[in-house]
Design a protein around this ligand. Structure first.
Ligand code: SF4
Length: 413
């Protein structure tokens, strides 16, 4: 049945689509959707459109379903790149300065809950390597519940935040007790997968291929090509490299693409030399060679982690995605018999990046405005409080099961 989903860990069924339909029908609620990059290139496959970027139709479809605002998780990806990029710079500086308590390098990405859960459960000794950044959709949820609610004069509990995502692990992430506002509102209430959204649209009789295009709502709806890359393996690394290189060197990259981190190989490596810039945030006195590795699929992580433990690699940054090929191949994506489906979805996202007017996260004017209006600067105390978290051995002690217990969205008492 469309929308029925098992919330991991409590053994109860939660029909997130049914709960969202209830919320949409409730005039006291403001219901918001955000959509991940992998969703827009795969949803059309369920409607005979092949693999193509259908972003404009997707926004229209969500409005037709009754969502009050439609935001783009890509803007959360740009925010993540800003936070994670500055966290990376701070870690590098601590090592360049020889600080005794310098935070761990290589820094691991933290945007895939499958990977984060693996480190918490199977490699807890390496938790200090994980970036403390929340993932892009959780950053959007945190910003909406903390600041957008204020902006429209509503309480966080009046807002029902939903994420259209390529996997079920994002629901596990949203249920974490550390993903709540200080007054106990969930930052993301519901996660609906690409497949579930497609089935919902079919049940409502919405003819997806015939929909007109429309655009995201503006507050968190402006995104860059960098954000689109988050849907494919190596994309987080590429986005962070663009931003860290340009912010640190003060120079524009001649070529924004990093082919060495693209493709479906299990492990990819790249190095980038950052020139000295006395006015930049990086305290390098000579050109710094930044070394990165990308694992496309959790099965490739253990040897890399052993190399980190043994000190036999020199990586500064390690990206791991649970799914082979990245989020485009998540278990919530439409099934396909096409052996090249992952390549086709990746090509659609790379094309979205190439076509984008802005292709660097640090040039996203909407994200820069969020710092001006609310967050001050990347990694500021408020940004740390809202956009970062702590990862712990065996995961958080508590998960928020209230959706499974009473079938209603609300705050923990
Ligand atoms: Fe989900 Fe897979 Fe993407 Fe990880 S890589 S966030 S498990 S779809």
């Amino acid at each position: 049945q469309a929308g029925e989903d098992s919330t991991p860990g409590n053994g109860k069924k939660v029909d997130h689509v049914a709960l969202l339909r209830q919320a949409i029908a409730d005039p006291t609620k403001v219901v918001i959707a955000q959509t991940a990059p992998a969703v827009r290139v795969a949803l059309g496959e369920m409607f005979g459109m092949g693999t193509s970027d259908t972003t404009g139709r997707l926004v229209t479809a969500l409005r037709k379903l009754g969502f009050d605002y439609v935001y783009d998780t890509l803007s959360g990806a740009d925010l993540t790149t800003m936070e994670e990029g500055h966290e990376m710079i701070a870690r590098l500086n601590a090592h360049l300065e020889g600080k005794k308590d310098a935070p761990a390098l290589p820094m691991f990405t933290s945007c895939c809950p499958g990977w984060v859960g693996y480190v918490e459960d199977e490699a807890a000794d390496l938790i200090p390597h994980l970036s403390t950044c929340k993932s892009p959709h959780m950053m959007v949820g945190a910003m909406v519940k903390r600041f957008f609610a204020q902006k429209i004069g509503r309480n966080a509990s009046d807002i029902v935040m939903s994420s259209i995502m390529p996997c079920y692990k994002k629901q596990w992430e949203a249920d974490r007790i550390d993903m709540q506002t200080p007054d106990g509102a969930r930052e993301v209430d519901h996660v609906v997968t690409t497949k579930q959204l497609g089935a919902w649209l079919q049940r409502e009789g919405i003819d997806y291929p015939k929909l007109d295009n429309s655009t995201f709502d503006s507050w968190m709806g402006l995104s860059t090509g960098s954000g689109a890359l988050y849907g494919v393996t190596g994309g987080v690394t590429e986005s962070v490299l663009r931003t860290v290189y340009e912010l640190c060197s003060g120079q524009k990259l001649d070529k924004l693409e990093f082919p060495a981190v693209r493709g479906l190989q299990g492990v990819k490596e790249a190095t980038v030399v950052i020139p000295v810039n006395p006015k930049g945030p990086l305290k390098n006195k000579e050109p710094l060679t930044l070394s990165v590795a990308v694992a496309s699929g959790l099965e490739y992580a253990p040897p890399l982690l052993d190399a980190v433990r043994n000190g036999t690699n020199t990586y500064n940054f390690l990206e791991v995605m649970n799914c082979d090929g990245g989020c485009i191949n998540g278990e919530g994506q439409p099934e396909s018999d096409d052996p090249d489906i992952v390549k086709k979805r990746a090509a659609a996202l790379y094309s979205a990046d190439e076509r984008a007017v802005i292709r660097r996260a640090h040039e996203n004017p909407a994200v820069l405005q969020l710092y001006t209006d609310f967050l001050d600067e990347p990694n500021s105390p408020l940004a740390e409080e809202v956009l970062h978290t702590s990862f712990v051995e065996d995961g958080p002690e508590l998960f928020d099961w209230r959706l499974a217990i009473d079938g209603e969205s609300g705050n923990l008492g």
